[in-house]
Design a binder for this molecule. Structure first.
Ligand code: SF4
Length: 348
């Protein structure tokens, strides 16, 4: 009776893992570098494309291994902004999404790190899905490989701001970020890779201790614990005092300013008193502040008027931090995190 071979998927393996795979074939070590380059630099989807490998080796590889972990389910392009939303199916049928955002001076891909999310932030569509599982490093990096092939362009910036909390899947996220950053891989500079967390303090401390050079963004959304726990339940576990201590330590040790993300929710955190509380909290932390007028995704939360957004930014004008307003793109294609997956899950 013949047993079906379970193939190893090479997408997501780093150089040392590829070396181990090649040694077990067995093949010479140099083949691992060729494979690394074909997978991450030339973005091959098939061993048949690997023209500098012999035909017998390509056949041998195809018998025991495969490349690629994502299948496209749906692609929506915003006629207004050109943003493209990808809905992918994973090998176990679960779904995740990525958003490509073209701008004048950059081409950004917003990627997912988990299927769903356990943290249940009240305003977030992904939070309403609950948590299913972590993505592997391969499933994370494949979102970038897929988008580059599909857009026929190089992505210049990657942000971990799609479905999931990256710092609840830290090992896989850091491995994927290293492959995205690797000079022989996707070669996207560390300053162009943003890891965005809602404030998982031990992971921020690890990020600091390990001296990662990616940009760190923290979704604050409220400047007092009392308010924050109402919309970000994990804030009960990691109150602002702990979070601020971790961010100060990050700045002191890395010399890098974290970015503070603040989603403006009409009538909840957009008053002058909220702006004053935010100033007080961040006064001594060198940082950048992004105000993000909420892209309505969950009932009960609305976007403030443009006048209120301008007023809130003006109330922060005294701060030393650079304050910018980021209007989210792709409202017409449900580009808020988790919205498309949430919608298709309902439909199924
Ligand atoms: S905002 Fe981020 S951390 Fe919060 S539920 Fe959504 S995906 Fe999870």
């Amino acid at each position: 009776m013949s047993e079906k071979t379970i193939k190893i998927n090479l997408t997501g393996l780093d150089q040392s893992e590829l070396e181990k795979f090649v040694a077990e074939l067995p093949e010479i070590k140099f083949r691992s570098r060729q494979l690394f380059s074909w997978i991450y630099q030339k973005k091959a989807t098939d061993f048949a494309q690997m023209s500098d490998l012999s035909l017998p080796l390509r056949r041998k590889l195809a018998a025991v291994a495969e490349i690629g972990l994502l299948a496209l389910v749906e692609k929506s392009i915003s006629p207004q902004s050109g943003s493209t939303k990808y809905l992918f199916s994973l090998q176990d049928g679960r779904r995740i999404e990525s958003v490509y955002i073209p701008e004048k001076d950059r081409r950004t891909l917003c990627i997912s790190s988990q299927v769903g999310c356990a943290l249940g932030c009240r305003f977030c569509a992904t939070g309403t899905l609950g948590f299913t599982r972590n993505l592997s490093a391969g499933e994370i990096v494949d979102q970038v490989l897929f988008a580059e092939r599909d857009q026929m362009l190089e992505i210049t910036n990657v942000v971990f701001m799609g479905m999931g909390e990256p710092f609840m899947n830290t090992d896989a996220v850091l491995q994927a970020a290293a492959l995205i950053n690797h000079a022989d891989g996707l070669a996207i500079g560390s300053r162009h890779i943003v890891i965005s967390t809602v404030g998982i303090v031990p992971a921020i401390e690890r990020f600091t201790a390990e001296k990662h050079r990616y940009k760190l963004a923290v979704s604050l959304h409220a400047a007092t614990d009392e308010k924050r726990v109402q919309i970000v339940p994990i804030a009960r576990k990691y109150p602002l005092a702990q979070l601020m201590t971790a961010l100060h330590a990050y700045y002191e040790k890395s010399g890098r300013r974290p970015t503070i993300e603040y989603a403006l929710l009409a009538g909840f955190n957009d008053s002058k008193a909220d702006a004053i509380a935010l100033q007080k909290l961040l006064r001594s932390l060198p940082c950048k502040i992004n105000l993000i007028p909420y892209n309505p995704a969950v009932a009960g939360f609305e976007r403030p008027s443009p006048e209120r957004v301008d007023a809130f930014a003006a109330w922060l004008a005294q701060m030393p931090a650079a304050v910018s307003v980021r209007w989210s793109q792709g409202d017409d294609i449900n580009a808020a995190c988790g919205q498309l997956a949430a919608r298709t899950q309902e439909r199924q």
